[in-house]
Design a protein around this ligand. Structure first.
Ligand code: HEM
Length: 406
């Protein structure tokens, strides 16, 4: 079989629109909302001529495909490449890119290390670091919400929480950019991230070895629990690697996107300041509205059907979470940032067996920072134009000039 962008080229299924758009083009990546609306209007699925694969963006089908790990597997890669047909660029993740029963076994070690009890012990640490950072930033006239805040907070607190010794911000961010851009076609963004990121790969793998992690921290817990059960040398290191792959860029994006929501909607920031019990919901609503993990793929393991559309075995499907999270069939006034909205059901942290295993940690980090902001900052005002950063899987900002007023 000849491969097309690393996967099987499927034929256009009956009753669906074939579309010439490139969802990985700079134009779409920089203006995803126009793409989301057009995608949903075209039906439950579209056929992407450029990639000979499907995409879905309505809430119903995106949820159906993304959560059905039996028919739509992750072991063939959550990007455009089909690992059954083409060798991946790195050994696949032992959680994100495997199916049950292997997935169930491996995920258990992460669930244990990242349990709500363990994360609760980190809350004061996160809050103290957040207070310190916000106090520092309040001394400045104007800041870049991304470079000075969103990139700083997780790269300060996450390595310490995980128990990583000697790891710098650039390594973590370069690695994250590579992991997420690698999920797309071999376009300029993937090439650029690979060129920058490959040099840090060795460093990252080394950091995940037991001798390089501290006695306290979540990584040690992973080493402890895997040692009790298995003799596999690489298992723990690979599981720690999955935290580094998924735990930094996602949180950086989520914080940047949340600041963007607050800067654009001062009345919503004021609502949270007036009623701090809204902090958690303000975070969830920004995740829903801006979906930092914008789109991941699944591959059909069988010939099947969804919403009356026939899907052949080996079909790559781009599941556009950002579009599902702004589908007007599911959400009233979907592009409005509303901190009082009922956000239950958003797909920003995934759904089904692969739902984000780090979500308690992510929420603890972001909530601590948001609490610090609402306690210490009077207003967050835009001080220039926000610039989005094209990325094949993430929706994040490059820069966000803002003024934090005391
Ligand atoms: C706000 C920040 C975050 C967002 C938006 C996010 C989003 C997601 C999404 C959408 C998935 C599902 C992927 C799929 O089904 O294919 C996922 C899975 C995952 N996330 Fe997160 N994540 C965040 C933070 C984190 C953090 C902090 C960690 C690590 C501590 C983490 C570790 C993981 C791992 C290991 C998986 C794979 C789980 C599995 O396959 O069972 N994530 N995340």
């Amino acid at each position: 079989m000849s491969l097309f962008h690393g996967h099987k080229a499927i034929k256009v299924p009956q009753n669906i629109t074939a579309w010439d758009i490139d969802p990985y083009s700079k134009e779409v990546l920089l203006d995803p909302e126009t793409f989301f609306s057009a995608l949903r209007e075209r039906g439950p699925f579209v056929y992407l001529n450029k990639y000979k694969m499907l995409a879905c963006g309505r809430y119903k089908e995106t949820k159906a495909v993304f959560s059905d790990h039996q028919r739509f597997v992750s072991s063939r890669g959550v990007g455009i490449q089909d690992f059954k047909l083409e060798k991946p660029w790195r050994p696949p993740s032992l959680v994100l890119e495997v199916d049950p029963p292997k997935h169930t076994r491996n995920r258990r070690f992460l669930t244990k290390a990242l349990s709500p009890n363990k994360i609760a012990q980190l809350k004061d640490f996160f809050k103290n670091c957040a207070d310190e950072l916000i106090n520092e930033l309040l001394q400045k006239k104007e800041i870049d919400g991304i470079l000075d805040l969103a990139e700083i907070f997780p790269t300060r607190v996450f390595p310490e929480a995980v128990g990583l010794k000697k790891i710098d911000k650039e390594t973590l961010l370069g690695y994250g950019a590579m992991v997420f851009n690698a999920l797309g076609p071999d376009n300029e963004f993937r090439k650029d991230a690979m060129a920058k990121g490959l040099s840090v790969l060795e460093k990252i793998n080394k950091q995940c070895l037991e001798e390089n992690i501290s006695a306290k921290g979540l990584a040690k817990e992973i080493y402890r629990s895997t040692a009790e059960h298995f003799e596999e040398d690489e298992l723990a290191g690979m599981l720690v690697r999955s935290l580094l792959s998924a735990g930094i860029d996602t949180t950086v994006s989520a914080i940047g996107n949340l600041l963007w929501c607050f800067a654009k909607n001062p009345e919503q920031f004021q609502l949270v300041k007036d009623d701090k019990s809204l902090v958690g919901n303000a975070v969830e609503e920004s995740l829903r509205l801006t979906s930092p993990v914008k789109a991941f793929c699944r591959t059909s393991a069988v010939e099947t059907e969804v919403s009356g559309i026939a899907i052949e075995e080996g079909t790559k499907i781009l599941c556009v979470l950002g579009s599902a999270n702004t589908d007007p069939e599911m959400w009233d006034n979907p592009y409005k940032y509303d901190v009082t909205r009922r956000t239950i059901g958003h797909l920003a942290l995934g759904i089904g067996v692969h739902n984000c295993v780090g979500q308690t940690l992510a929420r603890a980090e972001i909530t601590a920072l948001t609490m610090s902001l609402v306690e210490r900052v009077k207003t967050i005002r835009p001080a220039g134009i926000a610039a989005w950063k094209p990325n094949n899987a993430m929706r994040s900002l490059e820069s966000l000039p803002i003024i934090l007023e005391k």
